[in-house]
Design a binder for this molecule. Structure first.
Ligand code: PLP
Length: 403
């Protein structure tokens, strides 16, 4: 039988749509489907594969740990898990890491820790949480309660009570609203799924100030922005945000499911055995790979290179914008950038959606963010030449679509 590279009617829930490209393997920044068609990856499996594909170092780390011990549960531990916890807490004022398996779990843990902290420190009734318009924090019921998009939320309601949404980057509303009856504020430095808006330094300063003044925990959701995506270990550093809790996931496990919720001593000291847990969290194989991932991603010269590539990416987007009037605002920062695509009057369809499809047919994988933003989150190891190649495909497909 001839292998098919596009699969329809797979036995997956319809919530994932009905058309899947069937991938086989990857090398560097390229990924190949089962019939050998080659794609340049500007999406990294939704900002996960920061080191690209075909990495011998990651495969070796996984293989060696798999042979030693694949799983301990969190009744026990492994050297790989201990080492990763040490590495992650060495950044900033963190004293412990809760390991989970996905971004939504990392945020779920952060929300629970914030509620536990607030109740034990301030007493009953101080449980409210602030999240922001267009924010995305995951799809489990707690994390979904902090996710803004009504389409994701409405038919699952009632959700976890006590979450309020405020406008993003609105210093005045923030200052007017926050008082000590809130347990936490959860926020992204770049709204990864909600249109790639970046936090302003003024908003970061206001968040730092209102949280410190009211003993409200500041949770930075760095599931997408953390670990070098912006050229900083954490994107919070880009705008001088001082979070109490940081959540990480996507690139951490080098493609294996692994998340981390970094907590400070003031939260940790109030936790009791049994407050939270996860059977698979801190899996030794995922942690062994993550230890190697961090060696590469957080090496200062590598971070510097990512910043430089981010500048190059911006230049390429600006060039594209100068060629096509349907390209609107430039969004994002570092290696998480994008551009609005405005569908011209008279165009039959949605140009941003069509562009993604056309690019895929022409061997380039892109992502979307929000309604009409094309999101570019290539592997951080991509070269300028590969970025040029991708932008040539985008320009060609844009021309073709606008003919
Ligand atoms: N938080 C942010 C900022 C995200 O971008 C995502 C996923 O895109 C999540 C949380 C949820 O992560 P996951 O899909 O791993 O549960």
């Amino acid at each position: 039988m001839i292998p098919q590279n596009i699969i329809y009617n797979a036995a997956y829930p319809r919530s994932y749509g009905n058309e899947f490209t069937l991938f086989d393997h990857g090398e560097g920044c390229y990924i190949y489907d089962v019939i050998g068609k080659k794609y340049l990856d500007f999406g990294s499996g939704i900002a996960v594969n920061s080191l690209g594909y075909g990495r011998e170092d990651l495969a070796k780390a996984a293989y060696e740990q798999m042979k030693k011990i694949p799983h301990t549960s969190n009744l026990y531990t492994s050297e790989a898990t201990l080492l990763l916890a040490d590495k992650l807490t060495s950044f900033g004022n963190f004293s412990a890491v809760h390991f989970g398996n996905s971004g939504t779990e990392a945020n779920e843990a952060a929300i629970k820790f914030a509620r536990l902290y607030s109740k034990r420190k301030k007493g009953n009734g101080n449980h409210k949480i602030i999240a922001f318009e267009c924010g995305f924090h995951g799809r489990s019921m707690g994390a979904l309660s902090c996710t803004y998009n009504p389409h994701y939320r409405e038919d699952c309601e009632p959700l976890v009570p006590g979450v309020e949404f405020l406008p993003y980057n609105d210093v005045e509303t923030l200052k007017k609203t926050v008082n000590s009856t809130y347990a936490a504020i959860i926020v992204e430095v770049i709204q990864g799924e909600g249109g790639l808006r970046c936090m302003t330094p003024e908003f970061a300063e206001a968040l730092n100030q209102v949280c410190a003044a009211n003993d409200v925990l500041l949770i930075a959701d760095e599931v997408q922005t953390g670990l070098a995506r912006t050229g900083y270990p954490f994107a919070s550093g880009m705008v001088n945000l001082n979070p109490d809790i940081i959540t990480l996931a996507k690139p951490l496990g080098g493609g294996l499911p692994l998340s981390a919720t970094l907590i400070p001593e003031k939260v940790n000291e109030l936790l009791q055995p049994g407050d939270h847990g996860s059977t698979f969290g801190g899996n030794p194989v995922a942690c062994a790979v993550a230890n190697q991932v961090l060696e590469v991603l957080l090496f200062p010269p590598f971070l510097f290179e990512v910043m430089e590539k981010g500048n190059y990416l911006k230049k390429k987007i600006q060039e594209l914008k100068s060629r096509f009037s349907c390209i609107g605002e430039l969004k994002g920062a570092g290696m998480l950038q994008g551009f609005e695509v405005n569908t011209p009057a008279g165009y039959d369809g949605d140009l941003s959606k069509d562009l993604i499809k056309k690019c895929r047919e022409n061997g380039l994988l892109l992502l979307r963010s929000g309604v009409n933003v094309i999101r570019l989150a290539p592997p951080l190891v991509i070269s300028e030449k590969e970025l040029d190649e991708g932008f040539d495909i985008i320009a060609k497909c844009m021309e073709n679509k606008l003919k």
